[in-house]
Write a protein that binds this ligand. Structure first.
Ligand SMILES: NC(=O)c1ccc[n+]([C@@H]2O[C@H](COP(=O)([O-])OP(=O)(O)OC[C@H]3O[C@@H](n4cnc5c(N)ncnc54)[C@H](O)[C@@H]3O)[C@@H](O)[C@H]2O)c1
Length: 358
C-alpha cells in the first residue's frame, strides 16, 4: 500500500458507530471517508456528524470506495456482509462481535479471507487496552507464579434495566453468553490460551419486563439462556469457571480473577479497555494496583481498526485475529451444547433447561 491514509468505511450507523468514528478520527493515517446503513436516513445523519459520505450499501461494499470496511451491523448479518466484502476484494475487513454464532461459518469465513488475501480483524479490541495488556505482562513476568485456576464472572440485571428495546439481547444466540461472552472468552483466550469445555449448565428466566424508555413495564420473552455456568480448562488443564447471568440484582464478585502459586490478579470488566489490575501476593492481606502498561492506541472501541489499518500498511496480521474470535464462537457453541444438546438449535420451551454435565 502507498503512504496515503487508509480509507475506512463504516457499515451500520447505529449505537456503537459514533465511538468507532471518534476513535478512527484520532489517527491521521486512517481516514473515515464513507458510511452506509440499510436505513439511509441513519447513514445521512451519521455522515453529517462525522464528515464523511453516506453511500448506498452496495457502493460502500467496493474496493473503489474503501480500503477497510468496518462492519457494525447486528450479529445475525455479520458473516454474510463480511463474505460479500471479501468477495468484492476489499483489502481489510473488521467485524464487530460475535463474528457469527455458527462455528462452521466462522471457520469458512477465515478460509475465504485467507484465500482472497483479505486481512480480517474481529472485535473485541479490549485486548489492546492497558488493562488486559498489563495483566498479560504480569503473567508473562511470572508475577503470580504458575496459574492454578481462574474465574470469569458476568453477573448483571440484564439490559432491560437501561435499554429501551432490550429484546434483541435475549434472542436465541444472544443472552449473557452470546452477547457478553465474547469479551470474557476472548480475554481468557488472550491471557491463558485456547480453552475447552468440561461441563456446563444453563437456565432460562423467560419472562422479562422492559424497565426504561417509552415501553417501560412491557413484558417480553427471552429465547436465550439467561444464566450459564461453565467449567472450562486450558491446554495445561488449568480449571477456569465462567458464569454469565442476566438474572443477578447486584454483585461484589470480581469480573475476572487469575490465581497462581505466588499470588492472585484481579482484573476489571473485559468489556472495557481500562481499569485497575490488582495484585495480591500469596499470604498478603493487601492488594495493590499494578502500574499500567502504556499502549500506543486509544482506549476505546475502534482501537482494533487502527491496528488493522497499520497491519494493512505493514503487510502483517492484525492483533485482534479472526482465529481467536472463531475459537470463542466454537467455545460458546460447545458450552451451550454441554448445558443442553437442544439449546443451540432450539430454545427450551419451559422456563428452565435441563442440566447435563459431560
Ligand atoms: N451498542 C453498543 O454499545 C455496542 C458495544 C459493543 C459492541 N457492539 C456490537 O456492535 C454491533 C452493532 O451494535 P449497535 O448497538 O450499534 O446496533 P444498532 O442496532 O444500534 O445499529 C445497527 C445498524 O445496522 C443497520 N443495519 C442492519 N442490517 C444492515 C445491513 N444488512 N446492511 C447495512 N446496515 C444494516 C441498522 O439499520 C442499524 O442502523 C453488534 O454486533 C453489537 O454486538 C455494540
Amino acid at each position: 500500500m502507498t503512504a496515503r491514509p487508509v480509507r475506512a468505511g463504516i457499515l451500520g450507523c447505529g449505537m456503537v458507530a459514533d465511538e468507532y468514528a471518534t476513535t478512527l478520527n484520532t489517527n491521521a493515517s486512517v481516514h473515515l471517508t464513507a458510511c452506509a446503513d440499510l436505513n439511509h436516513e441513519q447513514a445521512l445523519a451519521f455522515a453529517a456528524r462525522h464528515d464523511c459520505a453516506a453511500l448506498p450499501v452496495d457502493t460502500l461494499l467496493n474496493p473503489q470506495s474503501v480500503d477497510l470496511l468496518v462492519i457494525l451491523t447486528p450479529p445475525r448479518t455479520h458473516a454474510e456482509l463480511a463474505e460479500q466484502a471479501i468477495t468484492a476484494r476489499i483489502p481489510a475487513v473488521w467485524v464487530e462481535k460475535p463474528v457469527t454464532t455458527d462455528p462452521r461459518a466462522a471457520t469458512a469465513l477465515i478460509a475465504q479471507a485467507a484465500k482472497a488475501g483479505t486481512l480480517l480483524g474481529v472485535a473485541p479490541d479490549t485486548l489492546l487496552g492497558p488493562a488486559l495488556e498489563t495483566a498479560a505482562a504480569a503473567l508473562r513476568d511470572g508475577l503470580i507464579g504458575d496459574v492454578r485456576s481462574a474465574a470469569a464472572t458476568l453477573l448483571s440485571t440484564g439490559p432491560e434495566r437501561w435499554h429501551p428495546s432490550p429484546a434483541v439481547f435475549y434472542a436465541q444466540h444472544a443472552g449473557p453468553l452470546g452477547d457478553m461472552g465474547p469479551y470474557y472468552l476472548s480475554a481468557l483466550d488472550f491471557l491463558l490460551g485456547p480453552l475447552q469445555v468440561s461441563a456446563a449448565t444453563a437456565r432460562r428466566r423467560a419472562e422479562r419486563r422492559i424497565r426504561s424508555g417509552p415501553h417501560a413495564g412491557q413484558a417480553f420473552s427471552a429465547d436465550a439462556p439467561t444464566y450459564v455456568a461453565a467449567l472450562l480448562e486450558t491446554g495445561d488443564s488449568v480449571p477456569v469457571t465462567l458464569t454469565a447471568s442476566f438474572d443477578a440484582a447486584a454483585t461484589h464478585t470480581p469480573h475476572l480473577e487469575i490465581h497462581g502459586t505466588k499470588g492472585t490478579l484481579v482484573l476489571p470488566d473485559p468489556n472495557f479497555h481500562d481499569g485497575e489490575i490488582l495484585h495480591r501476593p500469596y499470604g498478603s492481606r493487601e492488594a495493590s494496583a499494578l502500574p499500567q502498561t502504556v499502549i500506543g492506541l486509544p482506549s476505546s472501541r475502534g482501537a482494533g481498526v487502527l491496528d488493522l489499518a497499520e497491519a494493512l500498511r505493514e503487510e502483517r496480521a492484525p492483533l485482534c485475529t479472526a482465529e481467536r474470535a472463531a475459537r470463542t464462537v466454537h467455545l460458546t457453541h460447545a458450552i451451550l451444547h454441554a448445558a443442553s444438546p437442544s439449546l443451540p438449535a432450539q430454545p427450551p420451551r419451559q422456563d428452565t433447561a435441563p442440566t447435563t454435565s459431560h
